[in-house]
Design a protein around this ligand. Sequence first.
Ligand code: HEC
Length: 214
Amino acid sequence: MRYFLTIFAIVVVLVVAIAGTRGSKSRRSPIEIFPDMVRQPKLRPQAPDGFFANGRSSQPNVPGTVMRSTPIQTAAGAVYPYEDAPVNTGRITGTTNFVELNPLVVDLELLQRGRQRYTINCAPCHGGLGDGNGITKKYGMAVVGNLHDKRMVMMPDGEIFNTLSYGKGLMQGYAGQIDVRDRWAIVAYVRALQLAQLGTTNDVPASEQAALRK
Ligand code: HEC
């Protein structure tokens, strides 16, 4: 019995020493079995640190630093593509509703840019016409969305933007490869592709109609 009590006392002391607390200020055990990255050799923002000569962890920008984001020229003026800005999300700020119209000024330059970017990034799967018959179909990608489906034609511009940015179903997002302005340019070009399929002879100037009707 005496031995038992002695061993018991030693075990209690050991358990408390290993698994107990480090004192009232820490909930971690005093002996570290798994450090769990508790200490990391990193600089914390805005904290003093001896690594740099000026004693700060955050350093001022190096001369010639290039900005990561510049304002985007929209129809309503220049806006920064911040997290919740419609130009960045395709959604009306604070809601999950998609913006109906492309916020950029849609002109010939934007459409040409969109066509170029579409041909690079989307045509391999969606095809030059947007009908889903790109080269990847030949290699077994069977269900590529047809951009001329009624559902796609009726989609708000913001939803197409959101889909091509963040992906949908089998399609991955392209936000990482294509910058915000180019993505809206592609949306504008997709609209142009749709319009090209929806047009009728009546949309052609009267002087040309006779030739087409032959
Ligand atoms: C690697 C092939 C691939 C590329 C590249 C690609 N897509 Fe897709 N896309 C798909 C597939 C597959 C679907 C069908 C996804 C599904 O329904 O699961 C799809 C669907 C869509 C849809 C319809 C989504 C819906 O609501 O059903 C849109 C819009 C779209 N793509 C636009 C684009 C645009 C714009 C680009 C160029 C930036 C692009 N895609 C590039 C494969 C691709």
